[in-house]
Design a protein around this ligand. Structure first.
Ligand code: ACO
Length: 320
């Protein structure tokens, strides 16, 4: 394995919307949302876009890595909510930060997007094609919600996270990725009209529909298995891992994964309480928080894991 994380950054919209705020505009309550999901509030983009948050997170990650944008030779943006089809968000980031030497493109692997992006970068490093990459997970999910469907719109938030990664002999220990398109119907986003109460005159392509219970079953069965697979592949025990940084879908999923891995909950940092589920943005935003809070020392082992629509899932075991 051939990749090391050099720096991280993140960006959240200014507007925070609490469960109580939502209860004023729909038939829901803080008690219902918090007890079933752990979510207390989320950030909703009003003036921000997927591109602007990606650029902000990218600049912070480069500063953290002490690397100039012109040193990058690859930019990957993972997103299911880009501002437009063309040009790609990655090309817009490239232009905005002045990464004149980078190849840039977007990928869509839903909540596993950041993990899949890391894996693509790692494959380029292993092949000897590129050496320094920026991997971003960014979403404006509020544009994809049916704000009349209280079963989905309360779960999600907006934001972006980024990591500067570099070819290295130490860092990534093991990684897995998987997809199962036969079960894709449990979480989908197809054509729709627009009704976001926080943004006027907006347009978007689709509403998110979810069979929550099927997604829950998928997550609690698949994530512990994926984490166990990277640990086994890397010959590392769960006890040796300092933090498990999981996609932030639901506190009950995280509790269940912790139990199945027989690990204490304090090894599972969370930000879903204030951010909700940011799909591809969840893992890099949380990683940036853990990094900036000084919770990681060089040599610490961490596991990153994403899971979501597709269905897709992936996990990575790294030495910090
Ligand atoms: N406020 C109040 N009541 C609500 C709300 C709400 N926001 N949403 C749904 N309800 C009501 C429903 O209308 C229903 O009422 P009824 O019994 O009168 O018909 C009742 O609550 C139960 O609805 P369910 O959808 O069955 O609720 P459930 O207990 O399954 O909880 C939840 C829904 C939290 C989504 C759960 O299925 C879950 O945790 N799923 C995991 C999936 C997940 O977290 N997905 C996130 C995105 S996917 C990803 O990132 C991988």
């Amino acid at each position: 394995m051939t990749m090391k994380i050099r720096g991280t950054g993140s960006s959240l919209p200014e507007k925070a919307v609490s469960n109580d705020d939502l209860a004023k505009i729909m038939d829901t309550s803080d008690e219902w949302i918090r007890s079933r999901t752990g979510i207390g509030s989320r950030h909703i983009a009003v003036n921000e876009t997927t591109t602007s948050m990606s650029v902000d997170a990218a600049q912070k990650a480069l500063a953290d890595a002490k690397m100039g944008a012109e040193e990058l030779d690859l930019i990957i943006v993972a997103s299911i909510s880009t501002d437009q089809c063309l040009p790609s968000t990655a090309c817009e980031v490239q232009a905005a930060i002045g990464a004149v030497n980078a190849v840039a493109f977007d990928i869509n692997a839903a909540c596993s997007g950041f993990l899949f992006g890391l894996s693509v970068a790692n494959a380029y490093f292993a092949a000897g094609t590129y050496e320094k990459a920026l991997v971003i997970g960014a979403e404006t999910l509020s544009k994809m919600m049916d704000w009349n469907d209280r079963g989905t719109c309360v779960l999600f938030g907006d934001g972006a996270g980024a990591a500067v990664v570099e070819k290295s002999d130490i860092g990534l220990i093991s990684m897995i990725q998987q997809s199962d398109g036969t079960r894709g119907g449990v979480l989908s986003c197809r054509n729709r009209p627009v009704n976001n109460p926080y943004v006027q005159n907006d347009t978007a392509l689709a509403f998110t529909k979810m069979d929550g219970q099927e997604v829950y079953k998928f997550a609690v069965r698949t994530v512990p298995k994926a984490v166990s697979q990277v640990l086994e592949k890397g010959n590392v025990s769960a006890d040796e891992v300092k933090y498990f940084i999981l996609h932030q879908a639901n506190i009950r999923i995280i509790d269940s994964v912790a139990k199945r891995l027989s690990q204490p909950l304090d090894k599972f940092p969370t930000n879903l309480q204030t951010c909700g589920n940011i799909s591809a943005g969840s893992v890099p935003i949380l990683l940036d928080y853990v990094n900036r809070e000084g919770m990681l020392m060089r040599g610490d082992k961490i596991v990153l894991a994403g899971f979501g629509a597709g269905l897709t899932w992936g996990a990575a075991l790294l030495v910090w």
